[in-house]
Design a protein around this ligand. Structure first.
Ligand SMILES: CC(=O)SCCNC(=O)CCNC(=O)[C@H](O)C(C)(C)COP(=O)(O)OP(=O)(O)OC[C@H]1O[C@@H](n2cnc3c(N)ncnc32)[C@H](O)[C@@H]1OP(=O)(O)O
Length: 172
């Protein structure tokens, strides 16, 4: 078993769009109406939107490979790319998504450790994320890896208001 990681560039745009769309759908479609799911997928993962995010100098995307196959991805944000005003001393993990069939092989932890390395290289004091309050699997994963709930914020899934827990890990 080999695990590798690579920073995404604009050349990866189509693959990134595909894995972003597919992993989000796979994770949440059972618990959301198809109307709300389709609206969110179309708005968040259309090619222009993904290209815009990939071109933002305050965001970084990484693919993780399991036996040379793309198995998941990471998106981190700093400064103004963060989806909440958390200040310059924090880094946001906006997305860690591992394709279902590759989960439980250590890939999520590998991506999380990558985010921690980036945060430490940039001298950030904390690392934070928002996770849907009903995503018990991911909440348990983040708790296991040392994150604690420090707040919440609401977001729109189609026309439905949903709640994210804000979870934080201090790096000092
Ligand atoms: C900010 C956001 O992106 S929120 C959305 C998060 N992403 C998703 O919900 C997408 C769907 N889910 C996933 O992609 C994956 O399940 C993830 C990212 C949550 C976890 O990734 P995986 O590759 O399955 O986890 P991994 O195998 O690296 O597990 C790391 C550790 O967490 C533990 N762990 C993983 N899932 C769970 C769980 N549900 N409950 C308790 N512990 C868990 C593992 O046992 C492991 O512990 P160890 O280090 O002692 O061996």
């Amino acid at each position: 078993m080999t695990i590798n990681i690579k920073m995404c560039t604009l050349e990866d745009l189509h693959k990134l769009q595909e894995i972003s769309y597919e992993t989000f759908k796979e994770t949440f479609e059972a618990e959301n109406s198809s109307e709300n799911m389709n609206a969110y997928l179309e708005e968040s993962f259309n090619l222009n939107q993904v290209e815009k995010e990939l071109s933002n100098i305050s965001s970084q995307f990484y693919f993780v490979y399991f036996n040379h196959e793309v198995a998941g991805y990471l998106k981190v944000n700093t400064d103004g790319a963060q989806s909440e005003e958390m200040g310059d001393d924090s880094l946001e993990i906006e997305r860690i998504y591992v394709i279902n069939k590759f989960q439980k092989n250590g890939l999520g932890k590998y991506l999380l450790n990558k985010a921690m390395d980036i945060a430490m290289e940039l001298n950030k004091k904390k690392i934070w994320l928002g996770v849907w309050e009903k995503n018990e699997n991911a909440i348990a994963f983040y708790k296991k890896l040392g994150f604690v709930q420090t707040g919440n914020h609401s977001f729109l899934m189609g026309d439905e208001e949903q709640m994210d827990l804000i979870m934080t890990k201090s790096l000092q």
